[in-house]
Design a protein around this ligand. Structure first.
Ligand code: NCD
Length: 315
């Protein structure tokens, strides 16, 4: 594998290998000197056409902990805002010798275009494209689930038998899509819960079950409840009556939280709309994995950069 564009084309062995290498990387993070010389001399470019806090900084930390040189290239303040095309940007990055390009773009398929265009001969890592995919987020989510389940004995394990309920704005969520493919590959059972207006039309072809009722889903006692952000910036119509109504029907509030098992994982990729899809108590409870997800993001991104750039392991 030369690029990481989607979780859809990852085999079970490849996915487990990435998670296992991420375990090794997490061990490095616990050392006093959190740095490996592995990617010395390699150049990684963060090419972000959309805003990001967690993903951009964790790719930056990941590259730096592997001793790669990293350049942050954000669309604001670059020639992109003067109308430079993706092609010209890619050719510029090729000219300066990028070995890997981490790209986030509002258009679904932009990373695929970059990887297959021939404009640049670098590994392409999809850091979120439109509503399509966000593969490293799904990998860090799976890594977080596996660690909560198996702790130090996680290596080699899948997510066989785990039940995961993903709730909220599925329609606009690249996180949901990448999770659905990866969780299915790793053996988990996925249920989607959302208002009918926020369920995509094509989910009948997805390996999931779907419903509209969060109370039913909570009473079904899932192992993981993953809450998604309402992506207001991608909404050009009214998908639900108002925030209060959304929160009452599809929010993880204190009352629903109390009905979950003490060891049910409450996940959210961030950024959270506290009080809308998730209450402050749910976000900060011992069930919440939100900060573990952020920390694990660095280990998982180190693993992916290492596997794509070091040439020493086959993906
Ligand atoms: C997600 C994204 O950008 O797709 N955030 C993230 O990467 N942690 C989810 C979101 O924006 O809601």
């Amino acid at each position: 594998m030369r690029h990481l564009l989607s979780t859809r084309d990852l085999s079970r062995d490849e996915a487990i290998q990435i998670l296992d290498v991420a375990e090794d990387m997490a061990d490095v993070a616990n050392r006093e000197v959190k740095k490996l010389p592995t990617l010395r001399g390699k150049t990684v470019i963060n090419l972000f056409f959309e805003d990001s806090t967690r993903t951009r900084t964790s790719f930056e930390l990941a590259a730096k902990r592997l001793s790669a040189d990293l350049v942050n290239f954000s669309a604001k303040g670059s020639s992109v805002s003067k109308g430079e095309s993706l092609k010209d940007t890619a050719q510029t990055l090729a000219a300066v010798g990028a070995d890997a390009v981490v790209i986030r773009h509002a258009s679904s398929g932009a990373p695929q275009t970059l990887a297959t265009s021939g404009w640049i001969d670098a590994a392409v890592l999809n850091a979120g494209d439109g509503t399509h995919e966000h593969p490293t987020q799904a990998l860090l989510d799976a890594f977080t689930m596996r660690r909560r389940l198996h702790g130090a004995a996680s290596r080699g394990k899948s997510l066989d038998g785990l039940t995961v309920t993903i709730v909220g704005d599925i329609l606009h969520s690249r996180v949901a899509r990448s999770n659905v493919w990866l969780l299915d590959t790793l053996g988990a059972t996925v249920r989607l819960v959302a208002p009918a207006t926020l369920l995509p039309a094509d989910i009948s072809t997805w390996p999931v079950t779907a419903g509209f009722d969060l109370d039913d889903a909570v009473d079904a006692d899932p192992d993981v409840v993953m809450m998604l952000r309402i992506q207001a910036e991608r909404m050009h119509a009214a998908f639900f009556p108002n925030a209060r109504e959304y929160s009452r029907q599809w929010g993880l509030g204190d009352e629903r939280l109390a009905r979950l098992r003490p060891d049910t994982m409450v996940m959210h990729p961030g950024p959270m709309n506290r009080g809308l899809e998730i209450s402050a108590n749910a976000a900060d409870s011992s069930r919440s994995t939100v900060l573990e997800q952020v920390a694990n993001g660095v280990s998982v991104r180190m693993a992916v950069l290492y596997l794509l750039l070091s040439g020493s392991a086959e993906l």
